[in-house]
Design a binder for this molecule. Structure first.
Ligand SMILES: [Zn+2]
Length: 330
């Protein structure tokens, strides 16, 4: 991430989720505090890291617009979304005041945004959006509901097919580094995808070139310095060997985004996955393996961890399970 080095061996682990054969070692960089797999995968090895039962390979059925929301929820959502796309400096009518008020209530705002992160701006002007590694396609569907014209990109043809069928959006099969769209994007969004990419610096530089002036980049990345990694070490799902190749630190991401030409770089950590991540790590410690551990629900101790992590994050300690990055191009 920082190209300083030298780096030092940190730990080695087997694939705790899908049992892909091998032992995978991670190095840590003392100068930027990032982790990476060393030796790092060669491109030809990547397909065998995603076995048949990887979650993006299941046929989950299509998502339906407005599926679960009644007329009241639809109205609340419309008011909240309108308040996000209006300029702040003009006099407000009653409708706008309601929208502003509803927007200020955290759980209402999160519901209106379909659980997507606050950092995502509204589609104003450039409304084309690219999602990196859209997984099951759920976030593409959500982004489309917020008014974006969404395209996904995935290396894996089966995952692309599942995501396209579920979201109703187009998904391109191929490497992001080879992606050359005819028009620039207004938003590039990647949730738990950039850590799967072999060359992060090259990728982020390329993403900058795909965004129009003022275009936004939003990335969500697991945090190698989260509370679950501190409590559970290699058992934390943050690592997910062999699929997670690089786990950049908050500091390294902030530096990289600046060095690759982005402005208004904001990086924070989020505790929203703390309960689940700690439940998985605890199940692993107690001997549950594979996907069964992943499906563990957060009760008891993980809830305490969730509350503790949320408090620490509010106090400004960067121990949330996820790092959320937002930056603007040009
Ligand atoms: Zn470094």
């Amino acid at each position: 991430m920082c190209r300083h080095g030298p780096t030092a061996f940190s730990f080695a682990s087997v694939d705790l989720l899908h049992g892909v054969p091998g032992i995978f070692a991670y190095d840590n960089c003392p100068s930027c505090r990032s982790f990476f797999q060393n030796p790092i995968a060669v491109d030809d090895d990547l397909p065998r890291y995603y076995p048949e039962d990887y979650f993006t390979h299941d046929d989950l059925g299509a998502l339906k617009p407005g599926g679960s929301s009644g007329p009241l929820q639809a109205l609340v959502r419309r008011l909240v979304l309108e308040s996000r796309s209006r300029p702040r400096d003009h006099s407000l009518d009653l409708r706008e005041r309601c929208g502003r008020l509803l927007h200020a209530i955290g759980f209402v705002r999160r519901r209106a945004l379909f659980g997507l992160v606050d950092e995502l701006g509204p589609p104003v002007g450039a409304d084309r959006c690219l999602e990196l590694g859209p997984g099951t396609g759920d976030d593409m569907w959500r982004l489309a509901q917020l008014g974006w014209k969404v395209t996904g990109i995935d290396l894996d043809a089966r995952a692309a097919e599942v995501a396209a069928a579920r979201s109703g959006c187009e998904v391109v099969v191929g490497s992001i580094l080879d992606h050359r769209p005819r028009e620039p994007y207004g938003l590039i969004y990647g949730s738990h995808s950039i850590e799967h990419v072999p060359r992060i610096r090259e990728t982020v530089t390329h993403l900058h070139s795909l965004l129009g002036a003022g275009g936004q980049l939003v990335l969500i990345v697991p945090n190698p310095w989260s509370l679950s990694t501190r409590f559970y070490g290699p058992l934390s799902v943050v690592w997910d060997p062999p699929r997670h190749l690089t786990l950049p630190s908050v500091r390294a991401l902030r530096a990289l985004l600046g060095e690759t030409g982005f402005n208004r770089v904001r990086v924070r950590t989020s505790s929203r996955r703390a309960g689940h991540y700690c439940a998985i790590a605890r199940a692993r410690r107690l001997g549950t393996s594979g996907v069964a551990a992943w499906n563990t629900r957060a009760t008891g101790a993980p809830r305490v961890v969730q509350a503790t992590e949320t408090l620490l994050v509010h106090l400004g300690v960067e121990v949330g399970e996820e790092i959320i990055v937002s930056a603007t191009a040009g």
